[in-house]
Write a protein of this length. Structure first.
Length: 453
């Protein structure tokens, strides 16, 4: 049996630490994506036309994902050996510090080729830290959670990421609205520089959190594994690759609609920045509501049915999304973002955190979660805005290639989760999750065929 959850005050502190830290990480990542869509082209790649400059900006956005699996390996390794808490503080410092430094960068007109090179270097550092930040926050939340509520408690980290996205979109909306002609001189720096406030708050909260009871108990019973990431692949190969596949659509669509969609609405449809950013803000608000509901639902009917529904729904609305956006009607644009992000992405993102954590035992959970998750990110999430921009360019501005790309990834994700085990009744403290799953294989299969609330 897993150790008992902490007191209500401890749980509140843990959930706040997970949410605030994740909010900073994804605030940082979203403002980079938004800046890539809106301003990085003329600032750091001014020798190219608008389309090529945007592609170059999205390429630097994608490069940051190359560092994420390495960050997951590095911090996950020490998180499984030394503890969750110190790694959570370290990753937050790295992500927040890199983002703040981007706001201080000179542009191409000031230092030439050094400007995009420095931007690229900071993006790599940002990605290295982000590769383990979210995984650590989820593991901490889930390992403190009471039995039967792991889905809901695990949702606080993704709630933080969504809140961070919404906050970043709001800050960019304010900057683009009120900086006017100064957006390309000093206005674009503001969202990066104000991230220091979230960083300070996150460090203050996380420094006061204790180590998780599940990790403490696991370390008391057995020595830490020497290479937990290797053991995650060796002991649970199916679960490892289920995480990679399950990550594809959720992560790709999480950037495709709010990042590429932002660029598409502005550059291809000729709509105002205000309309595009408002759509993203409303979509993120819907996503927060959706992921909480679907995380709660996964505690009752299981992780797999909810996740598969989200992937199939995302495939079904890929073409309707662009049909609604293509009307150029602001209300329908807002509706498109709300439906896809609130239901499709929400049903995947909500149960994802706890599902990935439950797929691994406590001595390799941080490494297995972070490394497998970020492999999925590097395959689909980082390249998705760039791939989408290329597809639109090849199709003379038509978005249907992007819709097909979204459907393709969604079907892969649905199949991957279908191949995986059900875990919502798994003992989170069990050292060998695979053995526990094999023992429950028949009743779990029956539950999935006949789910009940």
């Amino acid at each position: 049996m897993p150790p008992k959850a902490g007191s209500p005050s401890t749980l509140r502190h843990v959930l706040m630490a997970a949410a605030v830290g994740s909010a900073l990480e994804w605030y940082d990542f979203f403002i980079y994506g938004a800046a890539s869509a809106l301003v990085f082209g003329p600032l750091f790649f001014p020798k190219y036309d608008a389309t090529i400059g945007t592609m170059a900006s999205f390429a630097t956005f994608a490069v940051g994902f190359l560092a994420r699996p390495f960050g997951g390996l590095f911090f996950g390794h020490f998180g499984d050996r030394w503890g969750r808490k110190p790694m959570l503080v370290a990753t937050l410092l790295l992500v927040g510090g890199s983002t703040f430094a981007i706001g201080l960068l000179p542009t191409y007109d000031q230092v030439g080729i050094w400007a995009p090179l420095m931007l690229l270097g900071l993006r790599l550092l940002q990605g290295f830290g982000a590769g383990a930040e979210y995984g650590g926050a989820v593991v901490m939340s889930v390992e403190f959670a009471p039995p039967g509520q792991r889905g809901l408690y695990g949702a606080f980290a993704p709630m933080g990421t969504t809140a961070g996205n919404a906050l970043a979109a709001s800050v960019f909306w304010l900057v683009t609205t009120y900086s006017g002609d100064h957006l390309l001189t000093w206005g674009w720096r503001v969202p990066f520089l104000v991230s220091i406030l979230l960083l300070g708050l996150g460090i203050y909260i996380r420094a006061k959190v204790s180590e998780t009871p599940v990790f403490t108990e696991a370390r008391r019973k057995k020595k830490p594994l020497k290479l937990p990431a290797f053991e995650a692949v060796r002991r649970s190969p199916r679960n490892f690759f289920v995480v990679v596949g399950a990550r594809l659509a959720e992560n790709a669509l999480g950037y495709l609609y709010p990042v590429f969609g932002l660029s598409y609405v502005i550059n291809n449809l000729g709509m105002s920045r205000g309309v595009a950013i408002t759509g993203v803000i409303l979509g993120n608000i819907a996503l927060v509501c959706g992921l909480v509901f679907f995380a709660w639902l996964s505690d009752r009917v299981g992780r797999r049915p909810v996740y598969i529904f989200g992937a199939l729904f995302s495939a079904a609305v890929a073409f309707p999304f662009f049909l609604l956006v293509g009307t150029r009607d602001p209300a329908l644009i807002y509706l498109a973002f709300i439906i896809e992000m609130g239901i499709g992405s929400g049903a995947m993102f909500g149960p994802q955190a706890v599902y990935f954590a439950e797929l691994f035992g406590p001595r390799l959970r941080y490494s297995g979660f972070a490394f497998a998750r970020e492999l999925g990110s590097i395959i689909a999430g980082g390249p998705s805005p760039f791939i989408a921009a290329v597809l639109v360019s090849l199709m003379a501005g038509a978005p249907w290639g992007v819709a097909c790309y979204a459907i393709f990834l969604s079907l892969i994700t649905a199949f991957s989760v279908w191949c995986g085990p059900e875990t919502y009744k798994t003992d989170i403290g069990a050292d060998d999750v695979e053995d526990a799953e094999e023992e429950k294989e028949k009743p779990v299969s029956a539950l999935l065929l006949n789910p009940s609330p």
